[in-house]
Design a binder for this molecule. Structure first.
Ligand code: NAD
Length: 473
């Protein structure tokens, strides 16, 4: 039996962490929790409420956020290894980068700016008030990164968080919650700002949709959970849902740069980030050259027959209109997909490509595959490419990209594509602050419209008006 070095290190780290927790921590009880992990939901919510009342000054929030950043940096690799080991999805090195990205580029309380209106009739102050306890349902695809990112954003807004992690990423999500809580306990002396229940499940997540004491529901996941939350919750909802991001390459693009961007973006963490490029729509006159450039980056072009074999192995209900990825194959390496489908590509291969001509109904173009296999469609011209991009994005309001030097095409697409992220001439990840300007988030609110979330998304605006006085002019 061969055990990978990363797996051995991860097991050793887990044992060490359990030993140190046992030595230094008070024994967990049903209501005291185990560094934020509680048996019962009511205790998780009550503990979070008590904790957030203790973190009620800006100075405390600032120090907590610094503590979280340091703890996340220290544990970035261990959590990345644990996530890959537990979920089987993604690539360790990419997950390390993702953990570091959220630790460093998620904004803290400094983005919360109160405002004032001063006039003849007096002074009005508009403040950013906490919601209180937020319920956050998190995905299996970015388990530690989402917890770190949400913790920074939500605590910065003065809130505590009850997480409902994906059951398939339970261990990594809970370990992240524990690590952050321990660090906050040691350096700031507050416990349980982040909580969850020991046995996560769909039912436990659904309980939170209507649970008393929860004031805001944040859902990061696929279409089913967003729909379920919309149908049942009686709370304010922020929904960060699924996407199917198209990337258009027109005949004016810098093709070497477009290929490098698409290769880096689409292959990152084996394509499981929701904003990653999911299908290429190239203008036909440059499509051959773009394919050559993508291959020069390391992508491997496969035949339609080979892609068909991958689809048969990796999709449920294929062929047919209900085809969708089998979780077993989401985020797997390109070489694993190939081997399962009966052909081989080099172990080092990060991205498979298949040329599907003008077939917009092609399965890997119309579904959110979250695998390192990208279809390339050939459009007659930019107008047709844009039409197909809108069709394949399906109104999910998530992400789209364009590689072009034509300002009119950039302007036209920017206006027509109603997505939370629109990225030009770079990998889609640049829209999350990885190689582009701006802050990062692992919760990109799509159907409910808050966009790339940060602390200012997780506050209630409250106005206080004083009539006739307090002006200084
Ligand atoms: P998933 O939808 O299977 O699970 C997400 C979370 O929702 C999990 O905690 C799961 O337990 C819960 N859940 C699922 N169905 C539910 C239901 N009916 N009722 C209550 N809870 C339910 O998603 P996943 O496979 O873990 O993650 C990938 C999906 O998430 C992709 O569709 C991806 O695009 C999306 N995603 C979106 C963002 C964003 O910021 N917009 C970020 C990451 C992932």
């Amino acid at each position: 039996m061969s055990v990978r070095r990363a797996e051995i290190e991860s097991i050793v780290n887990q044992v060490l962490s359990q030993l140190s927790a046992a030595a230094g921590a008070p024994a967990p009880s049903e209501t005291s929790g185990d560094w934020g992990v509680f048996e019962r939901l009511e205790d998780a919510v009550a503990a979070a409420e008590a904790a957030r009342r203790r973190a009620d000054t800006i100075a405390v929030r600032v120090s907590i956020v610094e503590v979280i950043r340091r703890a996340a940096r220290r544990n970035a690799r261990r959590l990345a290894e644990m996530a890959v080991q537990e979920t089987g999805m993604g690539r360790i090195e990419d997950k390390v980068k993702k953990n570091l990205l959220v630790a460093e580029r998620t904004p803290g309380p400094e983005v919360l700016n109160p405002s004032a209106i001063s006039g003849d009739t007096g002074l009005t102050l508009i403040e950013n008030a906490p919601w209180g306890v937020i319920a956050s349902v998190t995905p299996s695809t970015n388990p530690s990164a989402t917890v770190i990112n949400n913790a920074i954003s939500m605590i910065s807004g003065g809130n505590a968080v009850v997480f409902a992690p994906h059951p398939a990423a339970k261990r990594t999500s809970q370990e992240t919650i524990k690590i952050l809580n321990k660090a906050i306990h040691e350096e700031v002396g507050i416990d349980n700002l982040l909580t969850c229940v020991r046995q996560p499940s769909i039912e436990a997540a659904q309980q939170l949709f209507t649970f008393p004491g929860i004031n805001l529901l944040v859902v990061t996941g696929g279409e089913a959970v967003v729909e379920a939350a919309r149908d049942t919750t009686n709370k304010r909802l922020i929904a960060a849902g699924a996407g199917n991001p198209p990337v258009v390459v027109d005949d004016t693009a810098d093709l070497a740069r477009a290929a490098r961007s698409i290769y880096d973006g689409a292959s990152f963490d084996n394509n499981i980030i929701c904003c990653d490029e999911k299908e290429i729509i190239a203008v036909d006159s440059i499509a051959d050259e773009l394919l050559e450039q993508l291959k020069a980056c390391g992508a491997v072009q496969i035949t339609r027959e080979q892609a068909e074999a991958v689809a048969k192995v990796t999709l449920h209900d294929y062929p047919g209109p209900q085809a969708r990825p089998n979780h077993r194959w989401v985020g797997r390496d390109a070489a694993e997909l190939a081997a399962a489908a009966g052909f081989s590509v080099p172990e080092s291969c990060r991205l498979l490509l298949v040329d599907v001509g003008s077939e917009t109904d092609y399965v890997f173009a119309r579904i959110e595959q979250m695998m390192p296999l990208l279809p390339l469609l050939r459009a007659r011209d930019f107008d047709q490419a844009l039409e197909w991009a809108l069709l394949l994005e399906r109104g999910l309001c998530h992400t789209a990209g364009l590689h072009s030097r034509d300002i009119t095409n950039m302007d036209t697409m920017a206006k027509k594509v109603n997505t939370s992220l629109f990225v030009k001439n770079g990998p889609h990840l640049a829209g999350l602050g990885a190689g582009g300007e701006g802050w990062t988030s692992m919760t990109i609110s799509t159907p409910t419209g808050e966009g790339v979330t940060n602390a200012s998304t997780f506050v209630r605006l409250r106005r206080c008006t004083l009539v006739g006085s307090f002006r200084i002019v």
